[in-house]
Design a protein around this ligand. Structure first.
Ligand code: PMT
Length: 217
């Protein structure tokens, strides 16, 4: 039988994209499929954890064997769901591709095609990872992701420092989004970077093992 290094631990995971409404029929989103976050949720459960998955809209089947599943739509919804839950969890893994900007005003009615140009004003969304990094409960481990298209490791290290995460999992956005495999760099403040490559479930397993080691300290 498989080892259960996470038994007795509670893990909160976010996954998938968010959708930011422009009007009742249109939205802004991104190419996240949810596969990476769902893989982490499944493997965390298999490794003995109590698992809560907070997910944006995806086509994936809900992993019925996890302990709690919350489906959300926008960055604001995701932030609210995380806020309600995060205090009780030992490990927080922010894998969702949260929209950084949302339409300042979303129209109540479908926008008509009357103008030649349409300007959308966007406002920053709350940064969930940044909030968690700065509001850590005693003993809590905060794991962030970084999806980059250039200078992956350097940009991710900046996010680690700025958001005060314990680990940043950096990956190439073009390669990671939607695919079944991934290559990630685990970036710590004062430990050498670890590279993991493989199917998303394999990456999840190795990632969770490394995060476990942080808990024991
Ligand atoms: O879903 P898949 O198709 O399997 O693809 C996986 C993935 C590429 C989405 C995943 O591996 C990944 O990299 N997730 C993070 C995507 C992202 O939004 O990265 P970022 O560098 O923009 O954000 C950095 C961190 O801040 C992330 O942990 C993100 O969840 C968090 N964030 C960002 C914005 C915001 N408003 N709130 C946040 O918490």
């Amino acid at each position: 039988s498989e080892e259960k290094p996470l038994s007795g631990k509670k893990v909160l995971i976010t996954a998938g994209p968010t959708r930011e409404a422009i009007d009742p029929v249109r939205y802004i989103s991104n190419h996240s499929s949810g596969k990476m976050g769902y893989s982490i949720a499944k493997v965390a459960k298999r490794l003995g954890a109590e698992v809560c998955l907070i997910s944006g809209p995806t086509c994936l089947e809900v992993p019925y064997f996890i302990d709690s599943y919350i489906r959300v739509e926008s960055a604001k919804d995701m932030f609210e769901a995380v806020l309600e839950k995060y205090r009780e969890y030992d490990i927080l893994i922010m894998c969702a591709a949260v929209a950084d900007y949302t339409p300042t005003q979303s129209s109540q009615e479908k926008i008509k095609k009357t103008q030649d140009k349409l300007v959308l004003e966007l406002s920053k969304t709350p940064d969930i990872l940044d909030f968690l990094g700065h509001n850590k409960q005693p003993g809590q481990i905060v794991v962030g992701f970084a999806a980059e298209t250039q200078n992956i490791v350097d940009n991710a290290y900046e996010k680690l420092l700025k958001k005060e995460a314990d680990v940043i999992v950096a990956n190439d956005a073009r390669r990671a989004m939607g695919s079944d495999e991934n290559q990630v760099y685990l970036i710590f403040k004062d430990k050498p970077t670890v590279v993991i490559e493989g199917k998303k479930e394999e990456v999840a397993k190795e990632l969770l093992k490394r995060v476990c080691e942080l808990l024991e300290k």
